[in-house]
Design a protein around this ligand. Structure first.
Ligand SMILES: NC(=O)c1ccc[n+]([C@@H]2O[C@H](COP(=O)([O-])OP(=O)(O)OC[C@H]3O[C@@H](n4cnc5c(N)ncnc54)[C@H](O)[C@@H]3O)[C@@H](O)[C@H]2O)c1
Length: 383
């Protein structure tokens, strides 16, 4: 088995919560270096996750002869400046989302990747989440068939097929809690609409077959917004974000309807469908961190676990433990290792991520103008 010698640059919340533990647990990875501007953070992570050394200057990672893969987990304050020389020194890069803060930086990264032949994988990790993959499998199946039984109320006999019956109608609901975000997000003009919604824009583009033609955003880019994506075949994806929810209520719900089949993915622990006779109506996916004493599954197990913990809450200052779900971080990185070894596609290649970022930038334009904005391939195609 090939061992990939990895350096993690930027050892903050996400690196400590996902990439560093995933590196430690992955037998294909040897963690060589933890690098952070803050020496104490880099040193703490070296010790906790078993790296060989620490650095505070990312240039030392670019130059290092004993590192063959970099994982970049800073904010967009560091992207092209690091990624381009890393690629030039022969190192593929797994970068956290968003890929870059603007179009010119994206172009430079794409050109460096093409020039060097070294891959960049973007951390749109939900593409590798087991429940999301199941949701996508059912969507693909629904596209090829029609509902396999009639609804309990059916008055369709003799009615002609309407043009609106084609396409996919998709809701993505994100229940967010502004108390959980670091303070930079409130000063940052792009806000959560850019920093976080790239995950869901990526999925919307992946789930839809037809070209995207128009986007519209209403609300504040910091949070509390609705995003509409209109596709050429009449499909609409509607993304609803709230920042005034409770963090411990399940965050993510996707609900797709097409060809009279309804498919839902709830919080990465449950996938439901009605319309496909040969598929179960409900399928469960394991929690990634123990939800308390309850051995329940899916949404019911989640809510039971919250209920059990609430018995220990005695004052408004108390909080409960976070219930972890699998959003695909470990699998996304592992699939990138396969790709580097020539054994599979890049799970989120850079050209796809450019489209996602470009759509996010168009949505920012829409929210500032208060108007729908047309989009087309020229917005993300890089010659
Ligand atoms: N894929 C996901 O599920 C997911 C989840 C959360 C965050 N993220 C993304 O991960 C990135 C980091 O988010 P976070 O919440 O961990 O932020 P954070 O602020 O906790 O961590 C960032 C770290 O980078 C370090 N850093 C900044 N500039 C540096 C530089 N020039 N050289 C070395 N270190 C530097 C900081 O000192 C800090 O420790 C963001 O881009 C965010 O959008 C992704």
């Amino acid at each position: 088995m090939k061992k990939h010698r990895v350096a993690v640059v930027g050892c903050g919340a996400l690196a400590q919560g996902a990439h560093l533990p995933n590196c430690r647990q992955n037998p294909r990875i040897e963690l060589i270096a933890t690098c952070d501007l803050d020496r104490n953070t880099a040193e703490k992570c070296r010790e906790q996750f078993g790296a060989s050394r620490t650095e505070t200057d990312w240039r030392r990672i670019v130059e290092a002869k004993d590192v063959d893969l970099c994982i970049l987990c800073t904010h967009v304050n560091l992207r092209g400046e690091f990624i381009i020389p890393a690629l030039e020194s022969g190192k593929p890069v797994y970068t956290e989302k968003p890929l870059a803060p603007n179009r010119s930086e994206m172009i430079q990264i794409v050109q460096a990747s093409r020039r060097t032949g070294k891959s960049v994988c973007v951390g749109h990790n939900r593409r590798s989440g087991p429940a999301v993959l199941e949701f996508k499998r059912l969507l693909d199946k629904a596209r090829k068939t029609a509902a396999s039984f009639l609804p309990s109320v059916d008055r369709s006999e003799g009615r002609p097929v309407l043009p609106e019956e084609k396409g996919l109608q998709l809701l993505i609901r994100v229940n967010d809690d502004l108390r959980s975000w670091k303070h930079w997000v409130y000063g940052d003009q792009e806000g959560v609409l850019f920093a976080e919604m790239v995950h869901f824009i990526d999925l919307a583009l992946w789930f839809n077959d037809a070209p995207l033609v128009r986007v519209f955003a209403e609300g504040s880019s910091r949070g509390n917004f609705a995003l509409l994506l209109r596709f050429a075949d009449g499909s609409i994806t509607n993304m609803h974000h709230t920042m005034v929810g409770h963090f411990d209520y399940p965050k993510e719900l996707f609900e797709a309807t097409l060809r009279n089949i309804t498919i839902a993915m709830d919080q990465h622990i449950e996938v439901r469908q009605i319309g496909l006779l040969d598929e179960p109506v409900q399928r469960f996916f394991p929690f990634s961190s123990a939800p308390g004493r309850s051995d329940g599954q899916g949404m019911q197990g989640y809510m039971q676990a919250v209920q059990e913990q609430l018995q220990g809450v005695k004052s408004p200052d108390d909080h409960i433990r976070w219930i972890g779900v699998n959003k695909g971080h470990a699998a996304h990185l592992d699939r990138f290792l396969d790709h580097i070894e020539g054994r599979g596609p890049n799970p989120c290649d850079i050209e796809g991520a450019v489209a996602v970022n470009s759509v996010a930038l168009k949505l920012l334009e829409s929210v500032r103008l208060g108007l729908p904005v047309a989009v087309g391939p020229e917005d993300w195609h890089i010659p």
